[in-house]
Ligand binder design. Structure first.
Ligand SMILES: [Zn+2]
Length: 335
């Protein structure tokens, strides 16, 4: 059976495609989107590995209820990766809240690799509400307290329902300014690409070949689904290799601000994703873990990357994660 046929079988019953998707447009949108992310990740692989995996894997949307994606074995060969698209909506929510607190300044220089590769980075500075020194467009989009409240509501709602729900808070806000919008959407996309790359990394590293299976707990369980089990060491290795795929997929010349941004995002997306995962885990009652705690994964990834890249490469990653945690802690202590 080919991976797509198997995926279709898992996600439909009696030919009813509406079981998991509210409408055909949602299905199509997520398919196009996940196909594009998979293509990005495959493009970053060495030719022989790409050829081996290209037809062997199908990446599909599925409400796993967990913040980690899951890999399944297709009877007769190949794999299906299930990606929780609801989680992506939560990542977008969280990133938007964080970037409502951001101000941008361009111009600081940093270097990576050889001294000749001088990069001009976009320095991201987060300023707490009330800091009058900021002249940024977003200064009053959302106050610090309102942002903290909104972040907490998003995370709690996701944990309560085991899936993403639109915020109950009717207060809408938009992120203004071209650079802000670009950074926000690029960060979310990098986080999503990381999730797909993490599963491909398991396949590349041979983690799926002899893996045992375990029943996957699905909130809207239709039929039993068996995910492939990996060790915690495998998870850490898959995280590191996923970032390598993201960096290889990013432009190598880094000559203009957008290209540099994509490179920084290859680090910021994964670290931000794992930081949100940490908040979800903090909010979730104890349950069996298939992956090491997100906090531990983020720490391991950050430490490993720190040995390979200069500190300024992490500027965007570190300040977005710090702001996320600052917003989260302020609610936890003030509530
Ligand atoms: Zn994994």
């Amino acid at each position: 059976m080919d991976p797509f046929a198997y995926y279709t079988e898992l996600t439909t019953r009696d030919g009813d495609r509406t079981l998991l998707w509210p409408n055909a447009r949602t299905l199509l949108a997520s398919k196009v989107f996940l196909d594009a992310l998979s293509a990005d990740v495959l493009r970053a692989m060495p030719e022989d590995v790409r050829q081996r995996l290209e037809d062997q894997v199908y990446v599909g949307k599925f409400p796993t209820g967990d913040f980690n994606a899951q890999a399944l074995r297709v009877p007769g060969g190949g794999y299906v990766f299930l990606i929780n698209v609801g989680l992506m909506m939560l990542i977008y929510d969280a990133a938007k809240v964080v970037f409502s607190q951001a101000a941008w300044q361009a111009g600081k220089r940093w270097t990576v690799g050889s001294p000749r590769t001088e990069l001009q980075m976009i320095e991201t500075a987060f300023k707490a509400d009330g800091d009058s020194s900021t002249t940024d467009d977003n200064a009053h989009v959302l106050s610090f307290d309102a942002a903290a409240k909104r972040l907490q509501e998003s995370i709690r709602s996701y944990v309560r329902h085991s899936e993403w729900h639109p915020a109950s808070d009717p207060e809408h806000f938009v992120i203004q300014g071209r650079s802000q919008t670009e950074v926000l959407t690029t960060l979310v996309e990098a986080a999503e690409r990381f999730v797909v790359a993490h599963e491909f990394a398991h396949a590349m590293l041979g983690h799926l070949e002899n893996a045992a299976t375990a029943l996957l707990a699905v909130p809207q369980g239709k039929q039993p689904i068996y995910e492939l089990q990996k060790t915690w060491m495998d998870e850490i290795a898959a995280d590191a290799n996923a970032v390598i795929l993201l960096i290889f997929g990013a432009p190598r010349q880094l000559e203009n601000p957008s290209e540099r941004l994509l490179f920084e995002m290859a680090l910021a997306g994964p670290l931000f994703f794992l930081a949100v995962g940490g908040l979800i885990e903090e909010e979730t009652a104890e349950k069996p873990r298939t992956h090491p705690p997100a906090v531990q994964r983020r720490q391991a990834l950050r430490e490993w990357l720190s040995k390979k890249l200069p500190q300024p490469a992490f500027s965007l990653a570190d300040c977005s994660v710090q702001m996320l945690e600052q917003l989260w802690r302020s609610r936890a202590s003030g509530a």
